[in-house]
Design a protein around this ligand. Structure first.
Ligand code: FEO
Ligand code: CA
Ligand code: CA
Length: 624
């Protein structure tokens, strides 16, 4: 723990946030967490249960993993996905080819066993989100800088529209190595043009209607799918995050204040509105209302249309991860990743049916969306966003539940939830049932905006909260919360706080996605490491309980420009898959002169976002 931090001591925090009885329990936990045990880990000399030799912080053109581990590139941008896909040739890109090839900027990764329900652990459908594009690293001649991505031609925009969305790839392990199964019957690409259904309270709403879709219930494509999740019945939830960046043009017809609240109407980041009418706000002012949703896709049925599940609300969803309530209802946590935005939870109206997959088909259309308020006394309250309840009335602009979900940010504002430091991944630790809320950073928080759950002004490094639902029930209306760690460099960045044995290489900045191994240890990946300090984005493992709690240790460092996304373990913990997104996204980096040519390192070959598989040399569980 940093002795020079400007936040209260752990004891003070516990006293302030919990009642007396809970304070005693919490304090005992805190003492255990921040003490060095009598017998330290023999291999590392510290109290962590993780036995790998910690990797040094580094920043160069290549990736690095801890000694004793192998890292294999599984699939890259442009590699074949569906039958008949051509091999990747960066000089001959076309939309028709890209629709059959792995997309750009892989983010969320999910594993769905093949066959469905199998526990063999050596064959899966790997689902991947393709969040966005770096036009100037995909195409020659666009140059560098902010405007480079706006210079694309119509043909290039069509390639970009085919490069985002998602992919389903069948993978199998043979002789210890993972391979993509060619011509799998499950293989699929989903793009910005794939026909999708809109279901739930917003379907058919006037704000969802466009000239191409007077029904307001059919949409082409999904945008900026960042992280995601799964359902107990084996579907993939893929989440639309910064959808606004694809829209531009005359904003005068946009509905206000909603559009401002979502950032719609600001200048486009890409050339799409110049070439495709539906991204031009002057021509289709309702089209952006059809994005910002959680999309459910059945990876086992390539013919099934993806469905936008509007009951889960419209915002800039990072991910959407499930856990079961005590009564079998499905609880889904989702963060809205923008500065001062909120943490949400959706609870289905009915329990899921483990015996009849088809019975769960529309389960996500009916339930209660809530938003979180993190009180200073350590309590978290879930505030329901239900039309007709409290301030969510027609007089306030919410005449239907459709209004509530389409304008979820505005509805939430009225309930006074806690504005957070950019909520990214939210995941439940299967070992202790606690929910971990990753807050990546918020440099814009001012001193007068600080609260207990977002305790730092100018929070450039982010932090992670830990929620314990009341009575262990994720559908409960409340729970308690505490801080798991405050990121940044201990001794340098004000308030940085981990286990006191965290090393010079173990600190991290800008946590984004997390995964838990089967022992309940947290694996944190980052997006925004301080390159000036020679630190790449990476992977950090830590115990969540016991003597090594919050003792983060560096396990992997990405190539320059890349963030690390999509961490997911095989059920036996023997493989950790990672999505390495936007390698080479550095200032001044261009197609012609990229800052790295990872992973191919061939002249003329641009950097390629790719999925990697990390395994232990000789086999066994990662981290052991
Ligand atoms: Fe796409 Fe919230 O990161
Ligand atoms: Ca993210
Ligand atoms: Ca991020």
């Amino acid at each position: 723990m940093d002795e020079h931090n400007d936040t209260p001591s752990i004891g003070e925090l516990v006293e302030q946030r919990l009642g007396r009885r809970d304070a005693m329990r919490g304090l005992l936990g805190a003492v255990a967490a921040f003490s060095v045990p009598a017998s330290a880990n023999a291999q590392t000399g510290g109290p962590s249960s993780l036995t790998f030799k910690e990797l040094a912080h580094t920043l160069d053109r290549n990736q690095h993993v801890a000694e004793g581990y192998d890292v294999q590139v599984l699939i890259r941008w442009g590699d074949p996905v569906t039958a008949g896909a051509p091999a990747f040739d960066p000089a001959k890109l076309s939309a028709a080819d890209q629709e059959k090839q792995f997309g750009y900027n892989n983010d969320y990764l999910g594993l769905h066993p093949v066959p469905a329900g199998s526990t063999a652990g050596d064959r899966f459908l790997l689902v991947a989100n393709h969040e966005y594009i770096n036009s100037n690293l995909m195409f020659a001649g666009l140059g560098a800088g902010r405007d480079a991505n706006l210079k694309t031609s119509k043909a290039q925009v069509e390639i970009e529209m085919a490069a985002v969305g998602g992919a389903v790839v069948e993978i199998a392990r043979e002789n210890g190595a993972w391979k993509v199964v060619p011509d799998s019957k499950f293989a699929r690409r989903v793009t910005a043009a794939t026909p999708m259904d809109i279901s739930g309270p917003a379907a058919g709403h006037d704000l969802m209607k466009t000239s191409a879709d007077p029904s307001g219930a059919k949409v082409l494509g999904m945008l900026n799918n960042c992280a995601g999740g799964a359902t107990p019945w084996g579907t993939w939830l893929t989440c639309e995050e910064n959808f606004d960046v694809y829209f531009g043009g005359d904003a005068t017809q946009l509905l206000q204040p909603m559009s401002r609240r979502y950032g719609v109407g600001r200048a486009a980041a890409y050339g799409w509105p110049r070439h495709v009418d539906r991204f031009n706000l002057g021509k289709e002012p309702n089209e952006p209302n059809r994005f910002g949703w959680v999309v459910e896709i059945d990876p086992y049925d390539p013919a099934a249309a993806p469905v936008k599940r509007t009951a889960l609300g419209r915002f800039k969803h990072e991910g959407c991860t499930y856990v079961l309530a005590k009564d079998g209802r499905v609880v889904l946590y989702s963060g809205d990743d923008e500065r001062f935005e909120y943490v949400y939870r959706f609870v289905t109206a009915k329990p899921w049916n483990p015996n009849d997959r088809a019975a769960n088909k529309d389960l996500l259309d009916d339930g209660t969306l809530s938003v979180a308020r993190f009180n200073a006394d350590g309590k978290v309250e879930w505030l329901p966003l239900v039309q007709g309840q409290g301030p969510l009335t027609a007089e306030n602009g919410f005449a239907s539940q459709g209004d509530v979900v389409i304008k979820a940010r505005l509805a939430a504002d009225l309930l006074k939830p806690t504005p957070m430091d950019r909520p990214e991944d939210i995941e439940t630790n299967p070992a202790n049932g606690r929910v971990y809320v990753v807050l990546t950073n918020n440099g814009q928080r001012k001193a007068e905006q600080v609260d207990r759950a977002n305790p730092r002004a100018g929070n450039d490094h982010g932090h992670i909260l830990e929620i314990a639902p009341k009575d262990g029930d994720h559908a409960a209306a409340e729970g308690t919360w505490s801080i798991f760690l405050l990121a940044g460099k201990p001794g340098q960045d004000a308030g940085a706080r981990y286990h006191r044995a965290t090393s010079d290489n173990g600190w991290l900045s800008c946590p984004d996605n997390i995964a838990f191994d089967s022992k309940g240890r947290i694996w944190i990946v980052t997006d925004g490491a301080p390159s000036a300090a020679g630190v790449a984005d990476g992977v950090y493992g830590a115990d969540t309980t016991g003597f090594g709690r919050a003792l983060t240790r560096c396990f992997y460092q990405a190539p320059t420009g890349a963030e690390v996304c999509g961490p997911i373990f095989t059920p036996d913990d023997s493989t950790l898959f990672l999505a390495i997104q936007h390698p080479g996204e550095d200032s001044g980096s261009t197609y012609e002169k990229p800052s790295t040519r990872w992973p191919d390192f061939k002249d003329g070959m641009p950097p390629r976002p790719a999925v990697v598989a990390i395994t232990k040399k000789g086999g066994g569980a990662i981290g052991s």
